[in-house]
Design a protein around this ligand. Structure first.
Ligand SMILES: [Zn+2]
Length: 371
């Protein structure tokens, strides 16, 4: 599938069994939005939305009829609106991207001045049971906690966008070790959650590279619990496993790949741009490696500067976890733009998407399939 606008045609070509499976989770609609362009605005249209080498008339024709694809997951209630026009907007050329990256790296470098996380032992609190120290990071107790148990995994490197495989593995391992330590310290706390908000656009208050780890007590965090309930209800009503089918239906339209038992899905109802879902039965080296490859591909090839990586992990010390490990990665947009990527639609309506999941997946997939 070339573009998300071709999704309905792709579905029509699926064999009946594949189509039924798809319909057991998703509904898809395609609409056309129309508008009129006053003569005084014609040249601006070309300036704003014209593609390279395209004349004014052609650009206006595209604007006058816009294809919208609406995806809806009937189990989770998640939905997305993809607009072909937004997906087709000309991207920054390579020189501009390099310029943006240099500007960002220089801003990150400047933030070293007075950075508490550059000297975490002296300038951050520790947990009552001490710190977990890895080769490339160390934990601190979050000074203003999200929840009763909440640590910050502070990377040795200041720049959060510069990390290699060994470093990334260490960040995750240290985070999980901290979760186990919490459970050892207080057995009522058993639902681990790892989340990396990279740079301010993604919710970070410090530029210095760091992730957050938490362990919840009574139940998993709300959205993880909701997903767990969906998975149970799906099994009860269809006798099939939700995440297996979710993977299969994405694969059937060319938006998923499995490598070494790790399922990678370019999720059809993303919360925001380029949302990737990675599913694994355990926190294996292959899972960490896949997350690493996706992140590096997003940063190095797709120019992502700010992102959230969240990993929902089954409960510690019990066998009653319904869910596999689910990692989700989402692009949070241009760090130099003042406008937020989340508006009223994302908060209270349906998420609106500008990037095309098909083109994102083509790039990320190459990286995932590399050994
Ligand atoms: Zn720093």
């Amino acid at each position: 599938m070339e573009s998300i606008t071709g999704l309905i045609d792709e579905l029509e070509n699926l064999p009946a069994q594949g189509r039924n499976l798809f319909d057991s989770i998703f509904r898809i609609w395609r609409y056309t939005g129309h508008l009129k362009v006053p003569p005084s605005f014609r040249s601006k249209i070309r300036e704003y939305y014209g593609e390279r080498g395209e004349d004014e008339c052609r650009a206006i024709e595209r604007i006058k009829m816009q294809t919208i694809v609406n995806t809806f997951n009937i189990w989770t209630g998640e939905a997305a609106l993809f607009n072909q026009l937004r997906a087709g907007r000309p991207r920054q050329n390579r020189e501009q991207s390099v310029g943006t990256r240099e500007r960002l790296f220089s801003r990150i470098e400047q933030a070293k001045r007075g950075c508490d996380f550059c000297d975490p032992v002296a300038h951050t609190p520790e947990d009552v049971f001490g710190r977990i120290k890895g080769k490339h990071c160390i934990t601190a107790s979050n000074i203003a906690k999200y929840d009763a148990y909440n640590a910050v995994v502070i990377f040795n490197r200041h720049n959060p966008l510069e990390f290699d495989r060994k470093e990334f593995f260490d960040y995750v391992d240290v985070g999980l070790e901290w979760c186990r330590k919490v459970h050892e310290h207080d057995q009522d706390f058993k639902y681990p959650f790892f989340t990396w908000n990279c740079l301010e656009k993604a919710g970070a208050s410090q530029i210095h590279g760091h992730a957050q780890v938490l362990v919840a007590r009574k139940m998993p965090y709300a959205k993880v619990l909701a997903l767990s309930e969906v998975s149970q209800r799906y099994k009860r009503e269809t006798k099939m496993r939700y995440f297996d089918v979710l993977y299969k239906v994405h694969e059937s339209v060319g938006l998923a790949v499995m490598r070494k038992q790790i399922k990678v899905l370019m999720y059809l109802t993303p919360i925001k741009e380029k949302e990737m879902m990675i599913v694994s039965s355990s926190m294996s080296a292959d899972l960490k490696s896949t997350m690493f490859k996706v992140l590096r591909s997003y940063i190095d090839e797709l120019g992502v500067m700010s992102f959230n990586l969240s990993i929902a992990i089954p409960p510690i010390g019990t066998e009653d976890g319904e869910l596999p490990i689910i990692a989700r990665i989402v692009d949070r947009g241009d760090v130099f733009s003042l406008s937020s990527d989340f508006g009223g639609m994302e908060l209270y309506g349906t998420s609106v998407l500008a990037s095309d999941p098909c083109s994102t997946f083509r790039v990320a997939r190459r990286s995932i399939e590399m050994t």
